[in-house]
Design a binder for this molecule. Structure first.
Ligand SMILES: [Zn+2]
Ligand SMILES: [Zn+2]
Length: 252
């Protein structure tokens, strides 16, 4: 079974639950670890701030003192903010977190105005016009995500292929080489079973997370578990299946 959930949102971004409510639910689900991973700083609407982070760390420290049966991690779901794979967590900011996730998100400020228009704006508009799988764009996006993984100690790539179309097999190879987990998300797995099989064949390690936005969905991973079984992904290839993973950002 999945014994830890490393992707949950709270009221600190656009989730509905408090940190403690997420933790309570995780305990109820029998989890050994849970990460609070609200959206990175460049999200136009939901982004974290330094002030919020200080508050979150205090709450999480207190919860770790209060509960002996679960470990709570302070994390972040960072955004990709440039064509060259820059993310909105700077190298010196990694030390603020116990885990750093990264995914492409719409409605994010780019690194600067040019990136907001040419990278994020372009991907978002191509989605609207159903042209997000244009080969030249897919090629550019694949390179972007690969550079993110190579240049930042990202622990988990969240919902790959969602809103930014990539070649997931090429990304998986680099994630495997750099020790970044490929997420099987609780709600969206944006590849076919055939492609997922090819991703598994690269040897990349998966991680299964809920991406809960309400406390009652923390630890809810039936959908990715079904996909895992259907495709025939081995338990040993899933980092949080009956075991606690180590993370690259923490010197894995
Ligand atoms: Zn996300
Ligand atoms: Zn998320």
């Amino acid at each position: 079974m999945i014994i830890a959930d490393y992707h949950t949102h709270t009221v600190f971004s656009h989730g509905k639950g408090t940190i403690e409510e997420n933790v309570e639910r995780a305990r109820l689900m029998g989890l050994k670890e849970v990460a609070i991973t609200d959206h990175g700083l460049n999200h136009m609407v939901f982004g974290l701030s330094d002030r919020k982070l200080i508050k979150m760390r205090k709450i999480i420290d207190d919860l770790n003192d209060k509960y002996q049966d679960i470990k709570v991690l302070l994390g972040v779901e960072s955004n990709i903010i440039s064509r060259s794979g820059v993310i909105d967590i700077k190298p010196h900011e990694f030390q603020l977190f116990d885990i750093v996730l990264c995914g492409y998100h719409k409605v994010v400020w780019g690194k600067n105005l040019t990136e907001t228009v040419k990278f994020i704006g372009k991907n978002d508009i191509m989605q609207v016009f159903n042209k997000a799988d244009k080969p030249s764009l897919v090629k550019a996006n694949t390179k972007t995500l690969i550079e993110s993984v190579m240049n930042n100690p990202i622990d988990v790539l969240t919902h790959p292929n969602h809103d930014m179309v990539i070649d997931p097999v090429e990304v998986a190879k680099v994630a495997r080489d750099y020790g970044t987990y490929y997420e099987l998300n609780g709600k969206k797995i944006n590849v076919s079973d055939e492609v997922l099989q090819k991703i598994a064949d690269t040897g990349v390690e998966f991680i299964i997370n809920s991406d809960a936005h309400t406390a009652n969905r923390v630890g809810e991973v039936n959908f990715p578990l079904e996909v895992m079984k259907r495709v025939g992904i081995r338990e040993s290839q899933v980092a949080n299946f009956n075991k606690i993973p180590k993370f690259r950002s923490q010197g894995r």
